[in-house]
Write a protein of this length. Structure first.
Ligand SMILES: CC(C)(COP(=O)(O)OP(=O)(O)OC[C@H]1O[C@@H](n2cnc3c(N)ncnc32)[C@H](O)[C@@H]1OP(=O)(O)O)[C@@H](O)C(=O)NCCC(=O)NCCS
Length: 155
């Protein structure tokens, strides 16, 4: 079941992010705050009472018709079953008056590239790629973050 997160889901989101081994892990506080203040632009997937995946997002303040997806993760045991794709669809359809979706992906993240490319294909939308944050800017051996701008997306 996919729906809006509540504050009590924050730690589960943090745990899934940390266990992924590939995401930049933010503080527990950040995930709790996100589940409080950005719940309308985020979703969690549940299997019974357990959170098995999440998408955190926000409306871009300078361009409110763009939904930015910040992080997506699915618990390892639940991967490969379409959970992330369904979360993206549910999230995009739950946010009114958005026409574009943006996210950044590191070039080595094949799963994430496939996930967002498939979303664009399902919606018949174009994907424009450009570097948002270079490796030099990020520092500490971080891969560059490539902006995927998808749209216009039909609901
Ligand atoms: C990326 C991630 C969220 C995908 O979750 P998932 O529930 O397994 O994804 P889905 O089953 O919905 O797959 C969506 C599509 O991507 C493809 N895909 C998923 N993982 C893939 C991988 N590792 N390599 C290639 N393709 C992949 C699927 O085949 C599917 O395509 P299809 O519609 O043609 O079948 C999950 O692997 C994850 O949590 N990874 C660690 C965190 C991460 O990298 N997050 C993204 C960056 S923010």
């Amino acid at each position: 079941m996919i729906g809006r997160p509540t504050v009590s889901d924050g730690v589960a989101c943090w745990r899934i992010a940390a266990a992924s081994g590939v995401l930049d892990v933010n503080s527990r506080y950040a995930y709790l705050l996100w589940c409080r203040d950005f719940a309308a632009t985020s979703v969690v997937a549940r299997d019974g009472a357990d959170v098995i995946g999440f998408v955190t997002g926000f409306r871009r303040p300078d361009e409110p018709s763009t939904l930015v997806v910040w992080q997506v993760a699915v618990d390892e045991v639940a991967r490969g079953r379409g959970v992330a794709g369904r979360m993206l669809d549910a999230l995009f359809d739950a946010v009114p008056d958005v026409g574009h979706l943006e996210t950044t992906i590191t070039p080595d993240n094949e799963g994430s590239i496939a996930l967002f490319s498939r979303f664009a294909q399902r919606r018949g939308a174009e994907v424009r790629r450009s570097e948002l944050f270079s490796a030099e800017l990020l520092g500490a051996g971080h891969e560059p973050e490539i902006l995927f701008r998808i749209g216009p997306v039909r609901h």
